[in-house]
Write a protein that binds this ligand. Structure first.
Ligand code: HPA
Length: 239
């Protein structure tokens, strides 16, 4: 960890202002919502590029929350700086995803055990083969227990971090990623998992299914809020 580089070009926090465990929604206003509604003793540590970040307490334990923006490059920048310059150890992405398999229904929760990707991000570690982007088993097992305790409908498995939201080939049902058992598509986890591995940190991606590429069904804004709350409570238990 290099504290001499802080504040960084993208995060204005000083030393010790970010907790070792941080929740990472894509949307910075989600970060503010979590801080306002779930944390106590909150201080704001970032407003650079409006990528709002806050530190507070949850059940007496320190936890931070900050937006990441969308896509692997944006997640890549923020997670790298959090790990290498601020010493974050547990990075938990909370976001939405599109279902790619029939057993995955809208409003379900998906824990991304592994992340396939169409992004070039992971290739830039220049490894002599294909790297498997995987989550932290410890975070995963604790999150699964929290979901079980709440009776939530969840899946654990592979996800796809796509570079394209408006992909012309989706849905390619039965012929592509879904055929390999990939449960859902989002856009950031491969960057988070590979950065965490490179930096010796733990990462997990928790998703709520906002839409289905198979049925075309989509959640309403109100439903997204409710399922988002369940996911967030699971994530906060990891603090
Ligand atoms: N594609 C990529 N990311 C997403 C999607 C999707 O269909 N739904 C929610 N996040």
């Amino acid at each position: 960890m290099s504290e001499s580089k802080i504040p960084t070009p993208h995060i204005g926090a000083g030393k010790g202002e970010i907790a070792q465990t941080i929740l990472l929604p894509g949307d910075p206003l989600r970060a503010k919502y979590i801080a306002d509604n779930f944390l106590t003793d909150v201080t704001q540590f970032n407003a650079t590029r409006n990528m709002l970040g806050f530190t507070g307490q949850y059940k007496g334990r320190p936890v931070s929350v900050m937006g990441t923006g969308m896509g692997c490059p944006s997640m890549g920048i923020y997670s790298y700086e959090l790990i290498h310059f601020y010493g974050c150890k547990n990075l938990i992405r909370i976001g939405t995803a599109g279902a790619m398999r029939p057993e995955v229904k809208v409003r379900d929760i998906v824990f991304g055990m592994g992340a396939c990707t169409t992004s070039n991000y992971v290739k830039q570690f220049r490894l002599p083969g294909d790297y498997s982007c995987v989550c932290s088993y410890e975070l995963l097992s604790r999150a699964v227990k929290a979901a079980e305790d709440r009776g939530l409908s969840y899946h654990v498995g592979n996800i796809l971090s796509s570079d394209m939201f408006y992909d012309p080939d989706i849905p390619a049902v039965g012929t592509s990623w879904d055929r390999m058992g990939v449960l859902a598509v989002e856009m950031e986890s491969a960057a988070l998992y590979s950065n965490a591995a490179y930096g010796g940190a733990n990462a997990l991606c928790i998703l709520t299914i906002s839409d289905s590429l198979i049925t075309g069904e989509a959640t309403t804004a109100q439903e997204r809020q409710t399922s988002f709350t369940s996911m967030m409570e699971v994530a906060l238990e990891l603090a």
